[in-house]
Ligand binder design. Sequence first.
Ligand SMILES: O=C(O)CCC(=O)C(=O)O
Ligand SMILES: [Fe+2]
Length: 294
Amino acid sequence: MASVVKNDSTHRVPGYSSLRKNLLHLAPRLANLPQEVKDDLEDPSSRYNIGWSHGKETLESGKPGTHHIVDQIYGPKAHYQNLNWLTKFRNFYAFIKLRPEVPYMTTVSKGMKVHKDEGLESILTRSRCHKGRLLYYFPAQQGIPGGNSMSSWCGWHTDNGSLTGLTCGIFTRDGVEIPCPDSSAGLYIRTRNDQIVKVVFGADDIAYQIGETAEILSGGILRATPHCVQAPKGEESSGVERSTFALFMQPDWDEKLSFPEEVHIHKELIPSNASLTYGEYSEMVLDKYYEKKQ
Ligand SMILES: O=C(O)CCC(=O)C(=O)O
Ligand SMILES: [Fe+2]
């Protein structure tokens, strides 16, 4: 994990506490809308990267990602312009309110030089393609095979962007916030020396994870953080849902990336000494995790 930043007087995001709460409480509301409303928010042409997505992503060697997501791309991007889904669901203008965090978060990446004279910070600062994802985890069915595994809510994976900012998730039952009955539920990461660690941070803090693009562009100096999400277990956990928000900071779609000779991740996808745009690279990775575009 890159770091956990305290939302204290030195790093304060104005109004963060209420923005977080208001946003996260929208997740169960959206997830419980009638199916036809959610169908209308789907966008297959972006391979469910914006709008409503339920069980479309495949993580951890063929295991479906059991999480359910709503995404919004900030800023213009031809690839995503065919669906202005915000106009369909006005409440999600809350996403836009979190936008001022983007430059704040990029300061974390200060000093991470990705090639000769270009820092990750400048690539991320000029990017208009940061992606917000409101996540909702449906209550886990108790007593099903595999339900006890550490990755029972979301399979092990690394994020595709450069740096991911995560809010502290909330647990709810029927949309009402509750303390989680099982303290082992939540986000886990694997460290560089192969230890599995539960990520614990405060309601007003933001956790940052390193993504694949930062690993690739730094030639492996930075390492993408493998992570998964565990569902709560036991009878008293029935009906417990989880909601959180991830901000994937990533280069612009058209940003030309020079990949180092030695690539440590997605080796099979990236030709050696490749010069790809971030968009081309993303499409390759999406082919791996989603059904190929027809
Ligand atoms: O739910 C979380 O805390 C993490 C979500 C996540 O890993 C993702 O959306 O890529
Ligand atoms: Fe992730």
